[in-house]
Design a binder for this molecule. Sequence first.
Ligand SMILES: [Zn+2]
Length: 196
Amino acid sequence: MNPRFSAVTLQLPHWLESELPAADHIFATPEDRMGLVLRLASLNIKHQTGGPFSAAVFDLESGTLIAPGVNIVVASHASIAHAEMVAVSMAQRSLLTHDLGSLGNSGTQLVTSVAPCAMCLGAVPWSGVRSLICGAREEDANAIGFDEGSKPTDWVAQLETRGITVQNDLMRDAAANVLKTYKESGGAIYNGRSPN
Ligand SMILES: [Zn+2]
């Protein structure tokens, strides 16, 4: 096999691990969990390692962190490397399962700094998470030039039909401010429509 085709690697930035607390740290509240996610998004901007987006998968009941993710699209040469996809992939790799709902525990929760784009929304039911918490809205990302794609207007109800609870607008102002900081810092806006 041509080695160029042998593997696709998603690698978290080197700075990230040192920013995490001990593995048994409890993120007790939704705000605690979003606080970590927004801090990682800000650090991703500061270190210039990707777009202004972060996400993490937690054990829904205990509040322990299963895996973090940040946007690493540009560095990975991978349009799929949105924060949610990275966090879910890291969690699945960590737990050695493709289904985060299969472990018989209390379930898993995906917390994301911005409501999922069309791609990541589609990935949520496949991931096996049972809960989704979002910070900024898609219009906050669109406002700085990103394009979140076409989503059903009733996407929240559609997820809840599949047994996935959704909480929107958690710490939205702080989450939207992360996006504004990125824009003001001159960060790249990429939508797969180069050269426009
Ligand atoms: Zn996405």
